[in-house]
Write a new protein. Structure first.
Length: 443
């Protein structure tokens, strides 16, 4: 081989060796680079997945444990589901006791007795004296103020255009009531001015009692009254079927809640809104036909169905002046409620023996991880009797009490002034209470 060829060969081997070394180095670099990219890609995927999962977890918490609609990772889905269940189980069980009585009907005889008892001033405290402990013991006590506190610009009187002194309102508060309902067929007896006076009185005492049924303005008319007790929000709605044929001025159409055909959709939408804004919805309808018992009339049944379908949990009726039956209602949409069609009179001066028997509704509402509902075994009624003794002579001690029926007896009934008008025996009331209330009677 010539020197020239040897030199060329030597140079070829030299450069070929360098080329291959560079090639192998480049391949190694490429492999390392690709591997690095793969690792970085994996880390980025893991990071994004973790971030998405964290974001979904935050969303779940912010939306009251509502599960995300799409979660690819089954493990993440189970974690969120478990968190929701744990949160629900962490709700501390709460129970609220409720009592309610019917019509506080201040007739002329009740006015006269209160004035005699107060030595010339109207003192209604004895009306609640015998059952005051029941009202104070309950977490929530409700009464229907049938007659308007219309103010002293109107004469204090009974039937047909009632006007009751403010001292009755103070007696109601002192007795331990927490909610007073004021929408009744007598709401307009003292005109708009009387209702405005009543609103002002009850609002003056708003830290002691909540008034429902009357509204100071349009804003109140379109709002849902909420009474909160032990962390449970109770929506409390009160309506009356009418105003004894009297007409509200158009500019004051908001002042009292009505439940006639014209306001049917308003009642329905109120209850639907209440279900969204509160835990439990109480409806207090002033409805029915006077002196009809024990069955409600057709209109009551129809209204009750509408109320339960819309979401009412408890219905407590007033107006008939006699007691009507109690019933659990369930509608086609699955809603369920307890309905007291009428609690009768709490106090009055009426002169038919059946009107003297009233009722105190009793029940307990529980809130826990299952929701908010009535404890069924607690739902019932305590029959009451309105006791009055009349007489205008100075030596007659006039009385106006309401007792539990179980605290009453025949000897007490014999001195009752009802015996002048409609003679009755104690057993008649016992039998009537069983016929109307049956298994709902509580001692």
């Amino acid at each position: 081989m010539t020197n020239r060829r040897r030199k060329v060969r030597k140079n070829y081997n030299k450069y070929h060796s360098i080329y291959h070394r560079h090639r192998r180095l480049n391949i190694k670099r490429i492999v390392i680079s690709v591997g690095t990219l793969i690792v970085l890609g994996v880390l980025m995927v893991i990071g994004i997945t973790t971030l998405v999962s964290n974001n979904k977890s935050v969303k779940v918490v912010q939306n009251n444990i509502e599960l995300p609609t799409k979660v690819a990772d089954k493990k993440v889905k189970n974690t969120v589901k478990n968190a929701a269940q744990n949160a629900a189980q962490n709700i501390k069980p709460t129970e609220v006791s409720i009592v309610a009585v019917g019509d506080n009907l201040v007739s002329d005889s009740v006015l006269y007795t209160a004035k005699r008892y107060g030595g010339g001033k109207y003192d209604f405290s004895e009306v609640f004296e015998k059952m005051k402990s029941d009202f104070k013991a309950a977490d929530i006590a409700i009464i229907n103020q049938e007659t308007m506190l219309g103010g002293k610009q109107f004469e204090y009187q009974g039937f047909p255009l009632f006007n009751t002194p403010d001292s009755m309102g103070r007696a109601v508060i002192d007795a331990g009531f927490d909610i007073v309902q004021c929408a009744s067929n007598h709401s307009l007896d003292t005109k708009v001015e009387g209702m405005q006076h009543a609103i002002k009185f009850w609002k003056k005492h708003k830290n002691e009692i909540m008034m429902v049924g009357l509204n100071e303005n349009e804003e109140e008319y379109n709002s849902i009254p909420i009474y909160e007790c032990k962390g449970i929000k109770f929506a409390v709605l009160n309506y009356t079927y009418g105003l004894n044929g009297l007409k509200l001025p158009q500019e004051y159409s908001y002042i009292v809640n009505l439940m006639d055909k014209q306001h049917k959709e308003k009642v329905k939408s109120d209850i639907e809104r209440a279900e969204k804004e509160a835990d439990f919805t109480i409806v207090l309808p002033h409805w029915g036909q006077e002196y009809v018992q024990p069955e409600p009339i057709k209109e009551q049944v129809q209204w009750a169905k509408l109320m339960v379908e819309a979401g009412a949990d408890l219905i407590i009726g007033t107006h008939p002046h006699v007691c009507e039956k109690i019933q659990w209602l369930k509608t086609d949409n699955g809603n369920k409620a307890l309905c007291y069609y009428s609690l009768g009179n709490y106090t009055s001066g009426q002169q038919q023996w059946e009107t003297l028997m009233g009722a105190m509704a009793t029940l307990t509402v529980r809130k826990d991880n299952k929701g908010t509902r009535i404890i069924k075994k607690t739902a019932g009624v305590v029959p009451t009797i309105n006791h009055y003794v009349w007489g205008k002579s100075e030596n007659v001690i006039r009385k106006q009490y309401t007792y539990r029926l179980t605290d009453y007896n025949d000897s007490m009934l014999r001195e009752h002034s009802i015996q002048w008008y409609d003679p009755v025996k104690y057993q008649d009331y016992v039998d009537l209470s069983k016929r109307v209330f049956g298994k709902f009677i509580k001692k």
